[in-house]
Design a protein around this ligand. Structure first.
Ligand code: MLT
Length: 311
């Protein structure tokens, strides 16, 4: 009987699905890298979220591993080249938490534009600082969306629903498809920077997207731009972001992701015009139930019948 490990905290539905499909399951959440190394050779499949890291060393020790399933989108915690070299399939659930992540992106944009966290702290502290928290309206302004994958597309639709003009950049999307979504596309990022009042990024972190927005880009942007990132830390250069927020060139930022995570402290957290959340992109009950069920079904399908989905 194939045996799977659930290595990160996820909905108990995952375990139920595995058992219903006749697989043996161990749930071992919060293992240290050494503990994982010591037991990884017992499993045919592993279900993870973002906490468990599977570097080359863990993959090398996984003598019977056939499939790694990420309940979520990003697989940056897995050494995917090392896995493919061993013939281990790495799959994710690209749709299960897209709506939830898109909703967070829009929430961060609105919270940043209206200083919601700082105003909440002030009001709860017994102050009544109406003039301190003068905000910005989004309607009628231009939003730039970089990356029109499952999340970016939903964010673009929602921003359009707030009466923003949405201009998008995605070198991989079919232009007709974008136009049918009612979006204006630009071919070059240089054309996007000076136009946007709000920028939100929805790409993976890779050599093309790391530091995509650096000091030179910030200099090309409108005075008072709002930046949002619920994709991956490092797409905005954090020093450039900090300098822009301090100078006022960037009005506010809504951030869910950071170069170093967990981020227990950060110079960006010292700024009132930063709305910061602890990588909550996929964290709603609905999304977590969906991704847990989906990844358990996908892993089971592969181990039981060899069916590959979302690899
Ligand atoms: C994802 O990659 O699925 C999101 O960043 C959310 C998460 O990590 O849980």
């Amino acid at each position: 009987m194939a045996k799977v490990l659930i290595a990160d905290k996820m909905s108990p539905m995952a375990e139920e699905v595995f058992r219903a499909r006749g697989l043996e399951v161990d749930v071992k959440v919060g293992m240290s890298p050494d503990e994982l190394l010591a037991c990884i050779d017992q499993y045919d499949g592993i279900a993870i979220r973002s906490a468990t890291r599977l570097p080359a060393q863990a993959i090398a020790a996984a003598s019977r591993l056939k499939v790694i399933g990420r309940a979520g989108i990003g697989v940056d915690n897995v050494d995917t080249p090392a896995a493919s070299q061993k013939g281990i399939i790495v799959m994710n659930t690209p749709f299960g938490n897209a709506i939830t992540t898109a909703e967070l992106g829009v929430t961060l944009a609105m919270a940043a534009a209206r200083h919601i966290p700082a105003a909440t702290a002030s009001t709860k502290a017994g102050k009544w600082e109406k003039s301190r928290f003068m905000g910005r309206e989004l309607a009628g302004k231009t939003a730039g969306v970089i990356g029109l994958g499952n999340v970016g597309r939903l964010v673009a639709q929602r921003l359009a629903g707030l009466d923003m003009k949405v201009v998008a950049y995605d070198p991989f999307i079919n232009k007709d498809r974008a136009i049918s979504l009612g979006l204006e596309m630009v071919d070059k990022l240089e054309d996007l920077w000076p136009r946007v009042d709000l920028l939100t990024v929805h790409t993976p972190l890779n050599d093309h997207t790391r530091n995509l927005v650096d000091a030179k880009v910030v200099a090309q942007m409108k005075e008072g731009v709002i930046l949002v990132n619920c994709a991956r830390g490092g797409i905005y250069n954090e020093d450039a972001l900090y300098d822009g927020l301090v100078s006022g060139k960037i009005y506010a930022a809504g951030l869910d992701v950071y170069v170093q995570e967990p981020a227990y402290s950060h110079k960006l957290f010292e700024l009132d015009n930063v709305v910061a959340t602890p990588h909550l992109g996929g964290s709603t009950k609905e999304a977590q139930t969906r991704v847990a069920i989906q990844i358990a079904e996908q892993i089971s399908d592969y181990l039981v019948s060899g069916v590959v989905k979302n690899a």
